[in-house]
Design a protein around this ligand. Structure first.
Ligand code: 5AD
Length: 349
């Protein structure tokens, strides 16, 4: 199996069968070797720097009804909130003061936050913080809409593909959502010029090793600038409340594989990873991740952005606790840096 890891490092790709056997044979010893190689590649491109993003969860209204997500439209128990533009600007001001140079605006697909309002929001943030990157993560929209937001100054877009297999996609989503449209969105975003992130939940209900291999092959073809992966975690008000969560072990193993396959990718060690294990985020960094996304949302609304159960939001993952995040990273030999943190090797227009 180590020879497969060497081959992946050398060629940045494996066949579907090779990915399947690598994943199925993952064990602590193999993981140790994978992480050693993944870190060597990571250090070549990013040294020991950890980029930070201020995550602003600005609305939890959502018109979609994804089976896994606590923000799904039919969840009557969700306490809905929506931040005003001024509240969002205050989050950015605080974030800037703390050292953040990327703001991630994440929300459900909220019809009130329509094309015009998000366009205005992006323009306003970019005019006050011209040295910062703005990342949008607000779901599926027509190409024209993505173009308007890009023209307003948005730099990056996160849209996890969730799974590259249509049959699996339909197990996770209602019939009005399709993998085809999801992928259309991703290709449009890329053509427009955004730095684009795709990604999956590890251990989502119905996910097979074959599905994961096909996700990796999709990533190899799409060549994203960013990949967001974290374990699936059940949420008690969703149809998947009784499903089992994804594991830390498989998630970090996949982080290592992705680092070798996409050497320069921006790879966050996600909140979901920090939720399933107290040192989950450190373990993600030690597997090859190079980004952390502390929460910058106002404290009062954080608990309401309940994608899944027990989501951490007031401890060290809070932007306000940046000092303890810095110490944690230093304790494992890394350093949080104050920069936009664009993808290495990318020309910025
Ligand atoms: N567990 C883990 N991740 C989840 N997401 C949504 N619901 C869950 C859950 N129950 C992830 C999805 C989505 C991102 C914003 O959060 O992958 O794209």
């Amino acid at each position: 199996m180590k020879s497969l890891i060497d081959k992946l490092e050398r060629e940045q790709i494996l066949s579907r069968e090779e990915f399947i056997s690598l994943i199925e044979n993952h064990n602590p010893e193999l993981a140790g070797y994978l992480f050693e190689r993944a870190l060597a590649v990571r250090h070549r491109h990013y040294g020991h720097d950890v980029y930070i993003r201020g995550l602003i969860e600005f609305t939890n209204y959502c018109k979609n009804d994804c089976f896994y997500c606590g923000l799904r439209a039919s969840n009557r128990n969700a306490q809905r909130y929506r931040l005003s533009q001024e509240q969002i600007m205050d989050c950015c001001r605080e974030g800037y003061r703390l050292g953040f140079r990327t703001f991630v605006l994440q929300g459900g697909e909220d019809p009130w936050y329509n094309t015009d309002r998000i366009e205005d929001l992006v323009r306003t943030i970019k005019s006050e913080f011209s040295d910062c990157a703005v990342t949008l993560s607000v779901g599926e929209h027509p190409r024209e809409v993505y173009q308007r937001w890009y023209d307003a100054g948005a730099d990056r877009y996160l849209l996890r593909h969730e799974t590259a297999t249509a049959k699996h996609y339909s197990m996770l989503h209602p019939a009005n959502l399709s993998l085809e449209n999801r992928l259309r969105c991703l290709w449009d975003l890329k053509e427009i010029g955004y730095q684009v992130g795709c990604g999956i939940m590890v251990g989502s209900p119905g996910q097979t090793t074959e599905n994961i291999a096909d996700d990796l092959l999709f990533m190899a073809k799409f060549q994203p600038d960013m990949v967001g992966i974290g374990p699936f975690i059940p949420q008690h008000d969703t149809p998947f409340r009784d499903k089992t969560a994804g594991t830390l072990e498989l998630t970090v193993f996949l982080l290592g594989i992705i680092r070798l396959m996409l050497p320069q990718v921006l790879l966050p060690s996600t909140t979901a990873l920090g939720t399933i294990h107290p040192t989950g985020r450190e373990q993600g960094i030690l597997a090859g991740a190079n980004v952390c996304m502390p929460n910058l949302s106002p404290t009062e609304v954080r608990e309401k952005y309940a994608l899944y159960d027990n989501k951490i939001c007031t401890g060290d993952e809070a932007a306000q606790s940046l000092n303890s995040l810095k110490k944690r990273m230093e304790s494992i030999g890394y350093r949080v840096v104050e920069s936009r943190g664009d993808r290495a090797g990318r020309m910025i227009q």
